[in-house]
Design a protein around this ligand. Structure first.
Ligand code: HEC
Length: 393
């Protein structure tokens, strides 16, 4: 006997979802119609913990939410794994390219690729967080006075703290590096992407640090599930299910170490003079945040992004480091490239370009113009920008 009309896939799925919600014994129905059940196809990054991973032993916050949703929808889940480097590019290729039905963890904002992308209701709030030893006060921006604060290159916290002369910035390229700076005593506080901070604190630092969420312009946003604009029917079904999953989602947040608690508000007026919020977000790969890129929400493409910097760093360490030092750390002043700005000021870029193109063969610096493209030189330069210092003693 067929309990439901299998006529149209759409109405059948909705009926199955309704049935599953109230009839525990629906397993037989599900198997009887398994071949007709369309999978719930989720796009996710295979290497982006705490959010997602293709390792079934710890699939990540978003993937587990996806599983719970699929189960409530009465559909089997399948994955389209895509290593995301750019939030928008990933969304375009995967979700809008119809490789999947849903992408979890997009910023719920019309500015983020609307109207091509539509959103579920908010399932979590995500944001940057302050990380510090447990006995240190981090209740507001003034607690950071006189402190060394690790900020990620081209991130909102970096921009936010830039005008504050009373706060010393320690620029890093990733949340991992920020946590290391804390651990090694090179920074007092890390101001980094909260979910990643929580994950690292839990998995690598034995919960040694306290983590305070922050909120404010470009610092936090509502995470939602994104769909292609034609998928309003699926979106509406997901919205109907989400309230039931709040408990599950809260448990998963704890399981993956996501920071909780009342966020510290960083008002724009407090730290940033009017008009200077550039809103560069977490570097695209970064935490990947979460697939989410505040930079992109604001449409700010001016700041070199973490991917460019990372690519430059890789070339540098592969090719330049054996003369100029790993990560450009070099005690011999003459070849210490961290002093380029100090040495050349506004001519820094031109000097860099000329020197790497032509070399200074008589002095032992090879010419590289046959070896790298301009884009590669730009990425090396972007990396070098992140390590400039006033003196190397
Ligand atoms: C074989 C060793 C060697 C390698 C490899 C090397 N350099 Fe150099 N580089 C030098 C030396 C030596 C100098 C200093 C030349 C001088 O005294 O003016 C220099 C100078 C420079 C300068 C100018 C520094 C200044 O303050 O004027 C830049 C910029 C530079 N190198 C970039 C690079 C980059 C980028 C790479 C990798 C693509 C690289 N170098 C690889 C040896 C090297």
């Amino acid at each position: 006997m067929r309990p439901i009309n299998p006529g149209s896939g759409k109405s059948r799925n909705r009926a199955v979802a309704g049935l599953l919600a109230c009839v525990a014994a629906s397993a037989t129905i599900a198997t009887a119609h398994a071949d007709e059940t369309k999978p719930f196809r989720l796009c996710a990054d295979p290497t982006n913990l705490p959010f997602s991973s293709d390792d079934p032993s710890r699939p990540g916050f978003y993937v587990e939410i996806g599983r719970a949703l699929a189960q409530a929808l009465g559909q089997p889940i399948t994955y389209d794994w895509y290593k995301s480097y750019f939030g928008k590019r990933t969304v375009r290729v995967t979700l809008l390219g119809k490789q999947c039905d849903a992408m979890i963890g997009l910023p719920r904002s019309e500015d983020f690729m609307g109207p091509a992308v539509i959103f579920s209701s908010t399932f979590a709030k995500e944001g940057y967080a302050l990380v510090a030893a447990k006995d240190q006060a981090i209740g507001g921006v003034d607690d950071l006075r006189g402190k060394r604060v690790a900020v990620q290159y081209a991130s909102t916290p970096q921009n936010l703290l830039a005008p504050r002369d009373d706060i010393q910035k320690v620029t890093v390229l990733s949340p991992e590096e920020a946590m290391q700076a804390l651990d090694q005593g090179r920074a007092d506080v890390a101001f980094i992407w909260g979910p990643v901070a929580g994950w690292l604190n839990m998995t690598a630092y034995n919960d040694r640090y306290q983590i305070r969420l922050t909120e404010g312009e470009g610092l936090s946003w509502d995470a939602a599930i994104g769909f292609a604009k034609g998928s309003t029917e699926l979106r509406d079904r997901v919205d109907a299910i989400l309230p039931q999953l709040q408990g599950t989602i809260a448990d998963l947040a704890v399981k993956y170490g996501l920071p909780a608690g009342q966020p510290v508000r960083f008002g724009a007026a407090e730290a940033v003079p009017a008009g200077t919020t550039t809103g560069a977000g977490p570097g695209p790969r970064v935490t990947q945040v979460a697939n989410v890129v505040a930079t992109e929400i604001k449409g700010d493409a001016a700041a070199p992004n973490a991917e460019t910097v990372g690519a430059g760093k890789e070339i540098f360490n592969g090719t330049c480091a054996h003369c100029h030092g790993p990560d450009a750390i070099q005690s011999e002043r003459k070849i210490d490239l961290r002093l380029l700005r100090h040495r050349y000021g506004d001519d820094m870029r031109d000097t860099f370009r000329k020197t790497v193109h032509e070399g200074r063969p008589a002095k032992g610096m090879p010419a590289w113009k046959e070896v790298f493209t301009d884009e590669q030189f730009d990425s090396i330069y972007s990396f070098l920008l992140t390590v400039q210092v006033e003196s190397n003693d």
